[in-house]
Design a protein around this ligand. Structure first.
Ligand code: PMP
Length: 321
């Protein structure tokens, strides 16, 4: 019934203490999270290394998972070390070298109504092989659409948490961008600055400085973002953290997305649809191809996650210990 066309190599998933065949399902349709988005999740990747599969920055992902659960007022049914062990077991059971890992906590079946008084918090972990998030062609750079909807503001909800329901904004705007012929959306924040993509952070490179924004600009400070900042500094690239004005983005020499799913992908074209009352405007960054700084950072990042740069071995958790 549930095929794996879009979940390559997925064999089994874990739910509340048991592994289930990927094609089987047993959740009730009246589960709270299905109706109200009352879930929190993580997106983690594992890569093949000379010492077998390794999970990239697992500690930071689990820290964020637990932070998200607290933000959602969820009591987590498993301690940290058990969550780590379940993730490793799920990778091993699926015999995956290269994987996307999705842990989820959600208010399950109990009662309906916004307050999940009688709904237990349940956890699941799924994993499969997920290639290029924005498609194979994204290696040549992507076109983004600056959408009219502003990113949920950090004063409205804890935007450092990965709250399922918040992602409905990402889904709607991601669809909107694709309807307008682009590969992905970009949000401005309430202040009118560039915020982030639906599931990605943004960097720009301009006049010899690499710049990204932070949580005060209503973004999720991604783990890939933090890693890229450290890698850039270690490699002598000048960095700055601060608000990104719309015009800075349009006039950047280079720009790129970062994220666990997307990894590092160049933004080469922008469609400014941010003002519904004005005509859309198009911009090309640099010569319309991924720039040298983006390429260099991407190459180093991909070497780091594959265990090829000793200095960053501290970021890897080897699945087989
Ligand atoms: N922003 C949002 C809204 C995201 O969902 C993600 C993906 N987790 C990111 C940024 C990038 O974060 P990370 O590098 O930790 O995956």
């Amino acid at each position: 019934m549930f095929d794996t066309t879009h979940f390559p190599k997925a064999k089994t998933y874990w739910h509340m203490g048991k592994f289930y065949d990927w094609s089987s399902a047993h959740l009730h349709p009246m589960s709270h999270a299905l109706h109200y988005g009352s879930s929190v999740f993580e997106g983690i990747r594992a890569y093949p290394t000379p010492r077998g599969p390794a999970i990239f920055r697992l500690k930071e992902h689990i820290d964020r998972f637990l932070h998200s659960a607290a933000a959602a007022k969820m009591k987590v049914p498993y301690p940290r070390r058990e969550i780590v062990s379940i993730i490793k077991q799920t990778l091993l059971k699926n015999r995956l070298q290269s994987a996307y890992i999705r842990p989820l906590l959600f208010f399950a079946y109990g009662n309906l109504g916004l307050v999940p008084k009688h709904c237990p918090v349940e956890m699941l972990v799924a994993t499969w092989e997920w290639g290029a998030y924005l498609g194979e062609k994204s290696a040549n750079g992507v076109c983004v659409c600056l959408v009219p909807w502003r990113r949920v503001h950090y004063s409205q909800l804890d935007m450092r948490a990965k709250l399922g329901g918040i992602y409905v904004q990402s889904t709607i705007c991601g669809l909107e961008a694709r309807q307008r012929g682009c590969d992905e959306a970009v949000f401005m924040n309430i202040e009118g600055n560039i915020a982030e993509g639906p599931g990605e952070n943004i960097f720009i490179y301009r006049n010899g400085v690499l710049k990204t924004n932070d949580k005060t600009e209503s973004i999720l400070e991604g783990i890939t973002r933090t890693s890229i900042l450290e890698i850039a500094r270690d490699n002598g690239i000048k960095t700055k953290v601060g608000p990104i004005k719309k015009e800075e983005f349009f006039r950047a020499d280079e720009a790129f997305f970062t994220g666990t799913a997307v990894e590092v992908v160049a933004i080469t074209r922008i469609l400014d649809s941010s003002n519904p009352k004005a005509k859309d405007k198009k911009y090309t960054l640099g010569n319309g191809k991924p720039g040298p700084v983006t390429g260099r950072l991407r190459d180093i990042f991909m070497a780091v996650v594959r265990g090829k740069v000793k200095k960053y071995d501290k970021w890897l958790t080897y699945v087989r210990g």
